[in-house]
Design a protein around this ligand. Structure first.
Ligand SMILES: [Zn+2]
Ligand SMILES: [Zn+2]
Length: 245
């Protein structure tokens, strides 16, 4: 049995607060179909709307028992809110997980920045926001690789812009690998990374309870079965790792 490395000393009971962690970058976007003006209790979503860029890492074993990693990027409301982000139309997933990346495009970390690809034809609502995200330097466009083809799609149209994250790792919110809580919606502390896989694509947790539960019963694969395999991945794409004292 692999050893569980507890990294968080946080208590389970946490008081929600409306203050933001200072290192998570919040920015305002103008979202289609939202009214402008000050927020009210009847209409909590108003333009310009403060949002944060977030990502999550999912580790799991495939049918051959090989480690698989997925990263997903989202736009989420940066402050504590009564709105359920999963049900909210602004819980926008930015990446295109259902299709392979374009030919010659490697997903990963380059020059300290996450690189992923984004297909505006399959995310039409998000496409309107993409331009604003580039303008605000949250995302940046990258040159397409040679022989750029929209692999996995019908090959029609002009392809799509390739973008990468232009902000630092620490400026993005993270998601608990057990219960799915986004860190900036809970309190000012950052989620702790697993001490076992922290140099690779680490899984993060609210507290010790979430870490223990993920180790034993995490979905889609209990973390005890993925931690060592993730640790063995040579490339360390995360350039900033937060651990609790
Ligand atoms: Zn949690
Ligand atoms: Zn781990």
């Amino acid at each position: 049995m692999d050893e569980l490395q507890i990294t968080s000393n946080r208590k389970k009971a946490r008081k929600p607060t409306t203050s933001k962690p200072t290192d998570i970058r919040a920015f305002e976007l103008t979202v289609p179909h939202l009214p402008a003006g000050p927020t009210s209790s009847g209409q909590p979503l108003r333009n310009p709307l403060p949002l944060a860029l977030s990502f999550e890492v999912i580790q799991y074993l495939d049918l051959e028992n090989s480690i698989e990693l997925q990263t997903h990027y989202y736009l989420i409301l940066p402050e504590e809110s009564d709105l359920d982000p999963e049900l909210n139309p602004l819980f926008l997933k930015l990446d295109a997980e259902d299709a392979p990346p374009p030919t010659g495009f490697e997903v990963g970390l380059k020059e300290g920045k996450h690189e992923f690809w984004f297909d505006t034809r399959t995310h039409q609502d998000a496409a309107v926001l993409l331009e604003q995200l580039v303008e605000k330097k949250i995302l940046e466009k990258v040159d397409p690789p040679q022989h750029h083809t929209p692999a996995g799609y019908d090959g029609l149209g002009e392809g799509y812009p390739l973008v990468r994250v232009a902000i630092q790792e620490k400026e993005m919110a993270k998601r608990c690998g057990y219960d799915g809580i986004w860190e900036q919606r809970t309190d000012q502390e950052r989620l702790a990374v697993c001490g076992g896989c922290k140099l690779a694509w680490p899984i993060r947790f609210c507290d010790e309870d979430c870490q223990v539960m993920s180790w034993k019963k995490g979905q889609p694969t209990p973390h005890r079965k993925t931690c060592k395999k993730v640790k063995a991945i040579e490339k360390a794409p995360i350039d900033e790792v937060t651990t609790k004292a």
